[in-house]
Design a protein around this ligand. Sequence first.
Ligand SMILES: Cc1ncc(COP(=O)(O)O)c(C=O)c1O
Length: 436
Amino acid sequence: MNEKENNIGPGEIIRKKREFLIPCVYHFYQEPMQIVRGEGHYLFDHQGKRYLDFYGGVSVLNAGHCHPEITDKICQQVKTLQHTTTIYLTQPIVDLAEKVSQIAPGNLKKSFFCASGSEANEGALLLSQLSTKKHEFLALTHGLHGRTKLTMSVTGLKFWRTDSHPVGGISFVPNAYCYRCVFNRTYPDCDIECAKQIENVIETSTSGEVAALIIEPIQGNGGIITPPREYFTTMKEILDRYGILLIVDEIQTGFGRTGKMFAIEHMGVEPDIMTFAKSIANGTPVGGFITNDDIASSYTRPGASTFGGNPVTSVAALATLEVIEKYGLTQNAKTVGAYLTDSLQNLQEKHPILGDVRGRGLMVGAELVGSEKAPATQETDLILEYMKERGVLIGKTGAARNVLAFQPSLIINEDNIDELIDALDDALSHVEKQQK
Ligand SMILES: Cc1ncc(COP(=O)(O)O)c(C=O)c1O
């Protein structure tokens, strides 16, 4: 295939972006490339250059780009029946709901489908209000839950809180950011003070009428912040005492990425409501939330999403889940992910700028710091640029935008990790030389 044909090129794309897209739609890299094709864990640009993709469309392409078994099923469905909405009966939506209930943790059973993660969280928050008949929310510092009014209001990162008049009745509780503990404590001697603070926040910052706490089990945009298990068990004990529901946002962490089907399964607690999107359909737009019979029974007034449960996207999701199970991608995420973490930790010995390596499975972050843990934000940008030139794409995240994010397709292997680490080793040396 000739990648160079019929492409307008990066310069013209940027010109059209400036002219026709709202400027909030930003892109990575000083000299970005035009991506024209994806295959497995590789992307190709308009000049035919190949990139090892370690960001997977921001945690979306768990089965790899354009997986043939998923693509074939999507094409077949597009040719057969593309759209009806839920006012007519179709089979893919119920097959998908059944499948999600089989893989979901605990007694989560009934789903609602929509088209994005923001919508999924918005719906889950509403459901918690309907079920508890209470209206306030708790959320975690450094969390991110979406771009809509309410989901932005429960987002705990200034970078993503564009709205300066957020929804009221939301209180933030401390997350377990052990590398930068707000209480200056050290795990495990800290007694999980951060989780205990939830009770203090409920008692001092709310009216007591709290419907739910929304959390990510590993905070993606916050900087791959990975709390210890006791954080969740302590949190759940407090929530249960106050009759507050736990909404777990698995939008980045779900569908095998962390070495279990859902990241919350590592943490010893069960969600009351769980939300998902991103990787469930490997790049076609599906979002949703799932809950137990009891909570579901509170949502009886009509609720429709035009694209929710669409035959094409539902078939894409079913095919994706089949591929994840058939090829053991969850197990691969666990073993290859452990190799990635070990390899990054080995690099830490040589490069002190790698302040902290954290994560689970193939959701791994490396926080870059200078002296006294000062966020190395500029260096993070330089490393991304250098890696791109070397043909490796990685992400950046974190409140100070100083965390390298590695969230590739779950099909990658140890050779791919070696290639990444080689390039990163050189990138870090390059940045260190510039610092001198
Ligand atoms: C954890 C989490 N929740 C929600 C969202 C919002 O999802 P969407 O962009 O599909 O609306 C994101 C997006 O990055 C996310 O990472």
